[in-house]
Design a protein around this ligand. Structure first.
Ligand code: PMP
Length: 289
């Protein structure tokens, strides 16, 4: 039986219910983290909790638990479900309130932790690479809704995902309102050009991905220069290599964008090195549950 952490205790899945008046449901008013557990160790837990705190601060949400309490609750939820490898979804909603946007009617934010198995991308995606497209839906302007806030409102990304899937693709590159590459619907983007690895900055509309940060650190370790810059669709089309990063996806090679083969049209060597090191460190680092 699956156990869910709800507010301050573990409850059975059937009893893990939220109110229809929760502003997380009514307005997407809340924040979350997607976290991996590898072989009984939670990967980058502190970093995820820090990002959650920053998201909370940005939307003026008081998380009713300390970092230490959240960390303990995440580990406890994994243990209660005998989960050693999987995916943890940590959610904080604005809580129950009245109909209306005001945050002041919501007295008690709701903390939810789900620890579940993960449906991984098939191994072919890593071996053969993925084909993706750019889509018309633009990433939210940071002045309208900062993409650095990992909020419960994913409609912007969902619209882009619909466009990609409608045309038979799994992922899509989203541009910002200036036409520069922002990110994918649920992953960050990196290009490799003339031996340099380049990724859009947060101000271009990218989430500060935990995997993105890990990849930047791996670049330093490998002596491969990684930097942030604005990227156009042209920069993507002429890249020697392209890859996506995300908690669920890890490091995925991209072999085609908008019908243009990337590099040789097969996963590139630099992408391969990043993926290999990433898969090593996820097993070496982490918080034991
Ligand atoms: N961008 C978006 C829009 C995301 O939702 C995610 C997380 N799935 C990412 C990037 C990757 O971030 P992380 O490496 O922290 O999972």
């Amino acid at each position: 039986m699956m156990k869910i952490f709800l507010n301050d205790s573990l409850v059975e899945r059937e009893d893990a219910k939220v109110s229809v008046f929760d502003h997380g449901l009514l307005y997407g008013d809340g924040i979350f983290e997607g976290i991996r557990i590898y072989d009984g160790c939670v990967f980058k837990l502190e970093e995820h909790l820090e990002r959650l705190e920053y998201s909370a601060k940005a939307i003026m949400l008081n998380i009713p638990m300390s970092r230490e309490e959240l960390s303990k609750a995440v580990c406890e939820t994994c243990r209660a479900n005998n989960l050693r490898d999987g995916y943890i979804r940590l959610i904080v909603t604005r809580g129950e309130g009245s109909l209306g946007l005001s945050i002041h009617s919501c007295k008690q934010p709701m903390v939810i932790i789900i620890a579940d198995t993960i449906q991984l991308y098939p191994p072919e995606f890593y071996k053969d690479g993925l084909k993706i497209i750019t889509v018309p839906t633009r990433r939210c302007n940071p002045a309208a809704l900062p993409p650095t806030v990992k909020s419960l409102n994913y409609l912007n990304n969902i619209l882009a995902k619909i466009e990609a899937q409608h045309l038979g693709y799994h992922e899509a590159i989203m541009l910002n309102d200036q036409g520069y590459v922002a990110e994918c619907t649920g992953d960050n983007v990196f290009v490799v050009h003339k031996g340099e690895v380049i990724t859009p900055s947060a101000s271009a509309g990218a989430l500060k991905g935990i995997t993105r940060d890990a990849v930047i650190a791996i670049g330093e370790e490998l002596g491969i220069p990684v930097r942030e810059a604005n990227l156009t669709r042209y920069d993507v089309w002429i890249a020697e290599e392209l890859f996506l990063t995300g908690t669920a996806a890890e490091v995925v090679p991209i072999v085609e964008v908008d019908a243009r083969p990337i590099g040789e049209g097969k996963p590139g060597p630099i992408t391969g090195r990043f993926l290999e090191v990433f898969r090593r460190i996820v097993r070496e680092q982490g918080t034991h549950i």
